[in-house]
Design a protein around this ligand. Structure first.
Ligand code: FE2
Length: 145
């Protein structure tokens, strides 16, 4: 259970970082496809942000307090910060890579949840996997030439 909670906090902080990066890209995208990518990044950050509060409440229900500071998030997250302003192609490529990291993190978390008989939490994690699979599809499809 201890290990499950720790993995859940890593996934939570990573999800928060992923959300923030998608939002940063939504703000800073430029180019002839501005509107299309502004909307795509917008759809992604909004979906991920909406999962943040229920995710925290799932972890609280398992009896743990929640990290809520950038210092703690930076210690827990597996998604690197992006401090540069990237080109559209770089943004999409980086978000595809980060999205794949999120899929790996959530698969591991799902297995830990099942091993601890936390089936309700497994359902939540499975829904995050579905959401990230869809984000990956949209990002990859948008890059196809
Ligand atoms: Fe906006």
């Amino acid at each position: 259970m201890e290990q499950l909670v720790q993995l859940a906090k890593i996934a939570f902080a990573s999800e928060f970082s992923f959300y923030l990066k998608a939002h940063q890209f939504h703000w800073n995208i430029e180019g002839p496809d501005f509107y299309q990518y502004h909307e795509l990044f917008g759809e992604i950050y909004e979906e991920v942000f909406e999962s943040i509060d229920p995710f925290a409440e799932q972890i609280r229900a398992m009896g743990s307090y929640m990290p809520g500071s950038y210092t703690r998030f930076s210690m827990l997250t597996r998604i690197d910060d992006e401090e540069q302003i990237l080109s559209k192609d770089q943004m999409v490529t980086e978000l595809i890579q980060d999205n794949e990291k999120m899929v790996v993190i959530f698969k591991k978390l799902f297995e830990a949840s099942e091993a601890n008989n936390e089936y309700g939490f497994s359902d939540f994690v499975a829904a995050r996997l579905d959401a990230h699979r869809k984000h990956g599809w949209m990002l990859r499809a948008s890059m196809k030439r």
